[in-house]
Design a protein around this ligand. Structure first.
Ligand SMILES: Cc1cc2nc3c(=O)[nH]c(=O)nc-3n(C[C@H](O)[C@H](O)[C@H](O)COP(=O)(O)O)c2cc1C
Length: 430
């Protein structure tokens, strides 16, 4: 069996507001309905979690203007955290992961906020820890420029240690709720964290009891060696966009080894690979759909260059479109993705014309065909599941939740129900 997650590629943002099948999305911008409906459908399908991307910057890197950011609504994002309890209230079992940038968020605020959310979601909250890429984001928090890539990961590691120390300030059993003695909590089981690191200091303890999970689920997505190490040290789930079955297998093996090096069991993390299935009733129809999507993508070169500019803080309008993609792996943003582009030997125009959310394997066909492909690649790679990324429309969600998932379930490849109430217990069940 494998796990399924859904990646909301622009977080609590704007999805397909002027596209077919978008329903009332334009009028509903900033409202929870689409996300609530999505969560209900994915829970019906047995998904482990929804993962909300986040960023705090409206980029003007590409061509030096905000045009590419706002004309399609692409860069608009509400803060995903207040959405979590609204979605949780409409569901019972699905896990909800919201992203936080460790570089900017003080550990105490994050530890308290996520512990509060663990209560409000009844043990279904998770935190995706990212170090954030663009310089402009850093400037929103008073820094002149962003901190160097590997240093950010060193800070993220210490940030996780600080947050963990705060989450552990209330021992198990501290909460008494003893109506006879009138003792709410046993003060002898509550200790300060007194965390002193190179980058962070926090005293603690938290001023609230632990939620049902005690430690919210931790998710990590970094692909560079520093990113992988952070995931291996702290994560319960790692999401990856490495390309091809070989790379997926190598990635899982690498994470397992790093976990052993950190004194953890490889099974204690679930590695999910990014995919964007293209589903239709027949394989031929799915191929046709793929061709149409590719044509639309190829026509949107400037949109794709803007996305790449955002990831790297470099203005891609300045590069020669018809020269081989320069090696930008030393950029201060998404290093691993840029290294993969450079290795491909393709021109920037070719890369931009084909630039979609990077997916690990291509999945195209009828539900039965895609189920075959998923089974085969997961058997080979030895990973733990798939993180599905598709534009969030009710139609796309239904194709996966009510088209693909039942086929996977009949074959015993995904869960038929949830055994537990908390996110972590369900995630670590198999
Ligand atoms: C599935 C997935 C989700 C991600 N979500 C976010 C996000 O929400 N916010 C963010 O700033 N970066 C996000 N990233 C970027 C990663 O945190 C990381 O910067 C990127 O994978 C490059 O890895 P590296 O930083 O280790 O080089 C995501 C990456 C992947 C593959």
């Amino acid at each position: 069996m494998f796990h399924l997650g859904w990646f909301l590629t622009t977080g609590f943002g704007v999805y397909g507001w002027n596209q077919p099948w978008s329903g009332n999305v334009a009028a509903d911008v900033g409202r929870p309905e689409l996300f609530v409906d999505t969560a209900r459908a994915l829970e019906r399908a047995g998904f482990d979690y929804m993962m909300f991307e986040d960023s705090s910057v409206l980029p003007d890197i590409y061509q030096g203007t905000f045009e590419s950011s706002v004309s399609a609504g692409q860069a608009v994002r509400m803060d995903p955290l207040p959405l979590m309890p609204l979605v949780a209230q409409a569901t019972k079992k699905i896990g909800l992961i919201a992203t936080v940038a460790t570089t900017f968020y003080p550990p105490f605020l994050a530890a308290r906020l996520y512990q509060t959310l663990d209560h409000l979601t009844q043990g279904r909250i998770g935190v995706n820890i990212v170090t954030a890429s663009p310089h402009k984001a850093a400037q929103n928090y008073g820094l002149e420029k962003h901190i160097d890539h590997d240093k950010r990961y060193e800070m993220a590691d210490e940030w996780m240690q600080a947050v963990t120390a705060l989450w552990n300030t209330w021992e198990k059993g501290a909460l008494q709720l003893d109506t006879e003695t009138g003792v709410f909590a046993d003060h002898t089981k509550i200790k300060p964290a007194n965390f002193e690191g190179e980058f962070y200091r926090t005293r603690g303890p938290l001023n609230l009891p632990p939620g049902p999970q005690h430690r919210p689920v931790v998710c990590q997505a970094g692909g560079s060696p520093a990113g992988r190490d952070l995931g291996a040290a702290h994560a319960d789930t790692i999401v990856s966009a490495v390309v091809g079955a070989e790379a997926m297998k190598a990635y899982r093996d690498d994470i397992s080894q790093r976990m052993i090096d950190h004194g953890r069991k490889p099974d204690d993390v679930k590695v999910l690979y990014l995919v964007s299935p293209i589903i239709a009733e027949t394989d031929a129809e799915a191929k046709e759909k793929q061709a149409q999507m590719r044509a639309a993508q190829a026509a949107n070169i400037s949109g794709n260059l803007a996305a790449m500019s955002y990831f790297t803080s470099m203005d891609f309008s300045k590069f020669d479109l018809d020269a081989p993609m320069p090696d930008l792996s030393g950029n201060n943003g998404h290093q691993s993705t840029m290294a993969d582009f450079a290795k491909s030997g393709r021109t920037l125009r070719e890369i931009a014309a084909n630039h979609r959310t990077v997916e690990s394997v291509e999945l195209v066909g009828s539900p039965a065909t895609i189920a075959d492909q998923m089974e085969e690649v997961m058997d080979y790679a030895g990973g733990d599941g798939f993180l599905i990324a598709a534009p969030v429309t009710r139609k796309n969600v239904t194709e996966i939740a009510d088209g693909l998932a039942p086929v996977l379930r009949r074959r015993g490849l995904i869960r038929s129900d949830y055994t537990h109430n908390t996110f972590r217990e369900n995630l670590l069940e198999f």
